[in-house]
Design a protein around this ligand. Structure first.
Ligand code: HEC
Ligand code: HEC
Ligand code: HEC
Ligand code: HEC
Ligand code: HEC
Ligand code: HEC
Length: 349
């Protein structure tokens, strides 16, 4: 019995349910209620196009092409020719050497058809795609070639430059410490042609003791406040800066509050040029250097008092820095004055 009445109840339930859905009719809709108060604004999303267009817009890329055509990098006339093909000269002398080293860690072998710098030498593929992502192949501090326990920190994007623009070899105080004599084995001996990052950081030259104090490494105002990109890639203006890589006089003037029309601020380049000539002539007198302005100068292979080799190392390195002291005036003047002073004292004794 109980069972039957339970079934009946279920059936009744179905009937009511059907009535409720099919037979009850809706009345006309009432008036809309008052609007609720506004919700809080959401955060703005990043506009993909605007971020990309900071760089990929209008003629920006073409302008860079035009500026870059002014740079020695785009010709690679001296650099690529002979050294650019050789695996042992990587990563500094060709597009192929640099890209392979930055992406694979080393070059596969000698390069049959090395080429000069192009956009994709320095710019690879983006990582974050944000406004500050220049897709540079390097921007971290760089291990110094002259001493693997020294790190060259040129600050941000300028570290890219330091991969190539640094010395290749160490001076006698590191390779032959405490030795009274030093053998210059060939006419190419020296720190190599592009020591600019060392000069700016104030490391890697022979700090011969003397009466001019050496500034602490890494403290130069030109390193901490401008660095390579600050001077060489300041806003492109009157044929300088930007991707021409030619030092921007506007950058010097804006920061110094001056209106110079050359880089010889305070006569510093004149002073340094004079010191470089004095030191070279002294090294010629000592028969450590031979040559002339027309043929160029080179060291005379032979065994010398270590001081003479140190003096040559400083002279050729600061000569080939080619900024005539502008990169780091205090460090360069200290090196040159102390080197000349030490040679004079050595000869007098
Ligand atoms: C800060 C400047 C900058 C911003 C912002 C930027 N780019 Fe680039 N992008 C570059 C440069 C420089 C190159 C290299 C140019 C070349 O090789 O001709 C490049 C190259 C590229 C390439 C070609 C890569 C290759 O290896 O061939 C692509 C694709 C690209 N960008 C997409 C984007 C997108 C998408 C955005 C936005 C989400 C963006 N970029 C934002 C500067 C920028
Ligand atoms: C892949 C190595 C490499 C990188 C990276 C590099 N350079 Fe160079 N740079 C060279 C070489 C090699 C030369 C000499 C080119 C020649 O004359 O054939 C040169 C030439 C130059 C010159 C012109 C010298 C002249 O003869 O007129 C300047 C200025 C310069 N580089 C600055 C920079 C700056 C600033 C950076 C970083 C933004 C940079 N370079 C990045 C290797 C490099
Ligand atoms: C650490 C990077 C680096 C390495 C490695 C390197 N070079 Fe260079 N080299 C440079 C830079 C940078 C310049 C350009 C300097 C400038 O224009 O101020 C240069 C310039 C030169 C020049 C032109 C000098 C002149 O003034 O005419 C020759 C030749 C040269 N290098 C040969 C070589 C050879 C050969 C090798 C390999 C055995 C080599 N380099 C390895 C960075 C390097
Ligand atoms: C020798 C290395 C080098 C080469 C070659 C090079 N760039 Fe650059 N580029 C840089 C560096 C370094 C920066 C960042 C500059 C800074 O920090 O002020 C940069 C920044 C940029 C930017 C972003 C800044 C802006 O003003 O929009 C663009 C776009 C760009 N490069 C395009 C190019 C193009 C196009 C080429 C080829 C014509 C090229 N670059 C070749 C080193 C290079
Ligand atoms: C204070 C600004 C400043 C800074 C910072 C700076 N440079 Fe220079 N650089 C100059 C000036 C000025 C010259 C000399 C130009 C002249 O006299 O024609 C020069 C010369 C050079 C030259 C020789 C160019 C030539 O045409 O003879 C190279 C290569 C170079 N700098 C690379 C670098 C690199 C790489 C860095 C970073 C490690 C750097 N510079 C940092 C201002 C600067
Ligand atoms: C971002 C700022 C900045 C830029 C850009 C800059 N300088 Fe300087 N420079 C300084 C500061 C700061 C000092 C003072 C450093 C000190 O007291 O040791 C200085 C010192 C000097 C000195 C040494 C002055 C002396 O009597 O000892 C010379 C020379 C010099 N700068 C030349 C230049 C040239 C040339 C340029 C452009 C190629 C330039 N500077 C670009 C900030 C800058």
């Amino acid at each position: 019995m109980k069972y039957v009445s339970f079934l009946k109840l279920i059936c009744l339930g179905f009937v009511f349910a059907l009535l409720a859905t099919s037979c009850v009719k809706e009345g006309p809709m009432g008036p809309a209620g008052a609007d609720g108060s506004d919700g809080q604004d959401g955060m703005d999303g990043e506009d993909g196009n605007v971020t990309c267009l900071v760089c990929h817009s209008g003629t920006n890329m073409e302008q860079k092409q035009g500026q870059f055509a002014m740079s020695a990098h785009s010709a690679g006339a001296i650099a690529v020719d002979y050294a650019g093909a050789q695996a042992r000269c990587a990563p500094c002398h060709s597009h192929e050497q640099f890209v392979q080293t930055m992406t694979l860690g080393s070059v596969a072998g000698n390069i049959t058809n090395p080429s000069a710098w192009k956009c994709s030498t320095c710019h690879g593929i983006h990582k974050t795609f944000e406004g500050v992502d220049y897709a540079l192949r390097a921007s971290d501090p760089v291990t110094a070639n002259f001493n693997s326990s020294v790190t060259l920190d040129m600050k941000g994007n300028s570290n890219l430059c330091a991969v190539c623009h640094q010395t290749r070899t160490a001076g006698p105080s590191i390779t032959n410490p405490d030795s009274e004599t030093f053998r210059i084995t060939n006419t190419h001996w020296g720190p190599h042609h592009g020591p600019q990052a060392n000069v700016l950081a104030g490391v890697g030259f022979e700090e011969i003791p003397g009466s001019v104090p050496y500034p602490d490494a890494g403290t130069a105002a030109h390193l901490t406040q401008a660095s390579c990109t600050g001077c060489h890639m300041g806003d492109f203006n009157t044929g300088q800066g930007g991707h021409s890589f030619i030092p921007s006089l506007k950058a010097c003037n804006d920061c110094h509050g001056t209106s110079l029309d050359d880089y010889n601020y305070g006569g510093k380049q004149t002073q340094v040029h004079g010191l470089l000539v004095s030191l070279r002539d002294k090294l010629i007198d000592l028969s450590v250097v031979a040559g002339s302005d027309e043929e160029g100068y080179h060291p005379v292979p032979g065994t010398y008092p270590t001081l003479y080799a140190q003096a040559y190392f400083n002279w050729i390195g600061l000569e080939e820095d080619r900024s005539q002291g502008a990169h780091n005036p205090k460090y360069v003047v200290a090196l040159l004055m102390n080197t000349i002073e030490a040679l004079n004292n050595y000869q007098a004794n």
